[in-house]
Design a protein around this ligand. Structure first.
Ligand code: SME
Length: 164
């Protein structure tokens, strides 16, 4: 397992994700504990991009329950279809929210959060968790972020069934 992350300082966001992905794969490779992997992925994303909040909500019965995260304390449980996370779960699609105040039903865990991306993690067509990333800046995310974070969600799906 790599203990540091190395990125080209001059690289654009897309290049940074392309360089980061194999290092994230290395980070989770061979580790059977899902919580440990999710915790390191949240840390790696926040450490790399300086996001305000990065974390996972896990589907448990009929709710999303807070999982490993980096950032301020957050809402513990989210109902199906509620907020940006609940929408990503219900619709099984990524949610790209440039202005959280314009998203009906947005759940403000922190009043400092201004824009947000939530990407579902799908295993056998079922959403098992969502990856939630918040910024304290309006319109902070680009297409490169969506695609990069979807790649991280895919990585999670790959280790999901082999971990516990
Ligand atoms: N804003 C999210 C809730 C989770 S926090 O951002 C960590 C939502 O609307 O679902």
């Amino acid at each position: 397992m790599a203990d540091t992350l190395t990125l080209t300082p001059t690289g654009d966001r897309r290049t940074q994700y392309a360089e980061l992905l194999p290092q994230l794969q290395g980070l989770v490779q061979g580790e059977p504990d899902r919580t440990a992997n999710l915790a390191n992925l949240a840390a790696a994303l926040r450490q790399t991009f300086g996001f305000f909040w990065v974390g996972f909500y896990l589907v448990k019965d009929d709710q999303l329950v807070l999982g490993p995260f980096q950032g301020d304390i957050a809402c513990t449980r989210i109902e199906h279809g509620q907020g940006v996370c609940g929408a990503a779960w219900a619709e099984a699609t990524s949610q790209w929210v440039p202005d959280v105040d314009a998203f009906p039903g947005h759940i403000a865990c922190s009043s400092l959060s201004r824009s947000e991306v939530v990407v579902p993690i799908l295993v056998d067509d079922d959403v098992v968790a969502v990856l939630d990333v918040d910024s304290d800046q309006l319109d902070a995310f680009t297409e490169a972020d969506i695609e990069g974070l979807q790649s991280v969600a895919l990585l999670c799906a790959q280790f999901w069934t082999e971990t516990h």
